[in-house]
Design a binder for this molecule. Structure first.
Ligand code: WTA
Length: 656
């Protein structure tokens, strides 16, 4: 084994469910020997069923797998109501605002708010089981309350990240056919108010006929416009609701939520998750990967607009009856010690964030952690993109005091919960490595035909057996579901789930994720489809063609770089750089309007043409190499115009 191995500190994990590697392998074997039986054992133990299921796994309509068919439950009951008998005065959600304001919701208070909200949705907005509710909210406790209220009455929520533009929000509202939109006036960031409601107003200007009402939570108190008959104040309506609400019995496979995510082509996909399978795995991974214990305070810094926020701020922690922290602000305000101050104050036991945040905090405040007492920490988590060894080392030493386990968790919106991750109490960790699949997860690195990729080589990261929390379908588009996930790789002649990521195994069996194999760019841990960004850029009247690729970025991991062919002569060739800057500004303004600030370009080159094959396919690999300053290893002789490559190289070199 390589020397660079970090062993868990057993003193930190006296109550671990998987205390060592022997227990890990035992559990892995248990699943291998009796896959369905072992899942059934956990489902019986973890879920409060209203009605028992009839079948553990139904593969008859693969890849539309069904788990726990016939069983009935309610996820809000699982996350809130069932804890009232033993934890009614325990903190469920600890909220800290951008400006430092604090609020604690106990399980009793959470249940009170969820029930009232659920009744409001039913009584005032006529929301029924199966209706879609789009949530466009900041990081405030009401966001979790609204999600759980939907779950309580069987409505399907679709949270849209608050950084998305009106256009992006509109597309998602229309695709989901939402009946109700829940938003806030706005919130606070870096000490200043920002607005959300005007974005909803703009989104609803066109094509959103399904939307009957907009419900607005007051957060920053700024003035907003009210449309008579459509817009209602959450804070007013909540006052008159009954705090009693019976949970809607939900069949295991009915949709719990949709969450839109980017693919390599076309519009964002509405990833559909189930009730039982999803909540089961959210709960199990909280226990295994975060070692959640009754007295712990768990903090995941993600936004609820992403899957990480769904599974590890709201559903996972609450299903476990744990205390979850929600933070409205940014980690660098008022200074780069904000997170560590919060860890000290709330005595956080598990801290879960993205490599991009770690790199930023490292750069802006390498010594900040030493100013605070971080001794409550046991587990440090990362998610969303590969973490680089220097960031890992700083996280381990400066934040974790060389005591804590770091869990590099690999998973996706589509997987519902972690797939590959160290178990903090058991796994000897190699820095910046996701290590081993979790028990029950058949994650394999294979070639397209299912043969295992040799050790030390890059292959396709596939999950070769269905698992309970897997994506069920793409909303409105089952064909795309099959095409996107179950058509690239096969094992034993059967289509298996392909993640879109490449991975490599070392001689000790450790798995490292090497990144996307498709045209998805990972910007600060957020998935951006090149096609979406290109479609936005093409809206500029002077753009003839465009190709977008990822470019390594010190903090973001990857930034967005665009190669743009203009209709008129590229002005830079006429030495009119000011005009170029104007075009860049205009293009970025369009991106902001079409998608949101997260998709802004970090660099742009105006080129006379793109490297295309004779059949018209853009060779993005060449464009990726050029922006990285790597030598071009691809064969360029098949290009329509091979001379374009050195020309583009010259232009890009001139930019830096
Ligand atoms: C990437 C986020 C390396 C990967 C939960 C995946 C990672 C995409 C890791 C999913 C990790 C996530 N190491 N890469 N630990 N975790 N990724 O859907 O490319 O927003 O396909 O889900 O992020 O992003 P998503």
């Amino acid at each position: 084994m390589s020397k660079d191995i970090y062993y868990p500190n057993p003193e930190l994990f006296p109550n671990a469910r998987i205390p060592d590697m022997d227990s890990y392998y035992k559990l892995v074997d248990e699943f291998k020997n009796d896959y369905e039986g072992t899942w059934a054992k956990f489902a019986d133990e973890k879920i409060d069923w209203f009605k028992p299921y009839e079948k553990v796994l139904d593969e008859s309509n693969a890849p539309f797998y069904k788990w726990f068919s016939g069983g009935e439950l309610n996820v809000a009951y699982q996350c809130v109501d069932r804890h009232l008998s033993s934890k009614k005065n325990k903190a469920a959600i600890i909220f800290e605002g951008d400006n430092g304001d604090q609020r604690v919701l106990t399980y009793r208070e959470l249940s009170y708010e969820v029930n009232k909200t659920a009744n409001m949705f039913k009584n005032n907005f006529g929301v029924k089981k199966g209706d879609r509710v789009v949530i466009y909210m900041p990081m405030i406790p009401e966001s979790a309350v609204v999600m759980l209220a939907c779950a309580k009455i069987g409505a399907i929520h679709s949270v849209v990240f608050g950084g998305f533009s009106a256009e992006a929000l509109r597309d998602r509202i229309i695709d989901a056919g939402a009946k109700l939109v829940v938003t806030a006036d706005g919130a606070f960031r870096k000490g200043k108010p920002y607005m959300l409601k005007p974005v909803v107003d703009k989104a609803l200007e066109e094509g959103c006929e399904s939307v009957e009402h907009v419900c607005i939570v007051e957060r920053n108190g700024e003035d907003i416009e009210w449309i008579e008959g459509r817009d209602y104040s959450y804070n007013e309506l909540i006052k008159s609701q009954s705090p009693k609400c019976e949970p809607e019995p939900m069949e295991a496979e009915e949709p719990l939520f949709l969450l839109y995510t980017s693919g390599s082509t076309g519009k964002p996909k509405g990833v559909q998750h189930s009730q039982a399978g999803y909540i089961l795995w959210a709960q199990m991974t909280m226990e295994w990967v975060f070692d959640i214990q009754d007295n712990d305070t768990f903090w995941c810094t993600a936004d609820i607009g992403w899957i990480t926020g769904h599974t590890y701020i709201v559903y996972g922690p609450l299903a476990c009856g744990a205390t979850t922290v929600m933070f409205e602000g940014v980690p660098t305000f008022p200074d780069a010690g904000r997170c560590w101050k919060m860890v000290e104050e709330y005595q956080i036991n598990q801290f879960y964030t993205a490599p991009t945040a770690i790199r930023l905090l490292h750069k802006m405040g390498a010594d900040e952690p030493s100013k605070y007492d971080l001794s409550s920490l046991r587990v440090l988590g990362t998610v969303g993109e590969p973490i680089d060894p220097p960031a890992w080392k700083w996280y381990y030493e400066a934040v974790g005091g060389s005591r804590c386990s770091i869990v590099d968790t690999y998973w996706q919106t589509e997987t519902g919960g972690h797939m590959i991750s160290p178990i903090p109490s058991a796994t000897p960790i190699k820095p910046a490595c996701a290590t081993f699949p979790l028990p029950g997860i058949e994650a394999e690195i294979i070639e397209e035909d299912g043969t295992p990729t040799p050790v030390g080589e890059k292959g396709f990261m596939c999950i070769t057996k269905p698992w309970p929390s897997m994506i069920r379908t793409i909303w409105n588009d089952p064909d795309r579901f099959v095409k996107s996930y179950f058509s690239d790789c096969k094992k034993d002649g059967k289509a298996v789930y392909f993640t879109g990521d490449g991975a490599m195994m070392d001689e000790d069996g450790y798995i490292t994720i090497t990144g996307r194999t498709d045209d998805v760019i990972n910007v600060s841990g957020h998935r951006m489809g090149t096609a979406e960004v290109e479609a936005a850029i093409k809206k500029h009247p002077n753009v003839a063609a465009v190709a977008v690729v990822g470019k390594p970025h010190e903090i973001k991991g990857e930034g967005i770089f665009a190669y743009v062919v203009l209709k008129s002569v590229p002005v830079s060739q006429k030495d009119e750089v000011a005009d170029d800057l104007e075009t860049i500004k205009e293009i970025n303004a369009i991106i902001k309007e079409e998608i949101g600030a997260i998709a802004l370009c970090d660099g742009m080159a105006f080129v006379p043409d793109l490297p295309k094959t004779r059949s018209g396919k853009i060779m993005r690999r060449i464009l990726r190499s050029i922006v990285k300053g790597e030598p071009i290893t691809q064969d360029t002789s098949t290009l329509e115009d091979p001379t374009i490559v050195p020309t583009i190289e010259e232009i890009v070199k001139g930019l830096y």
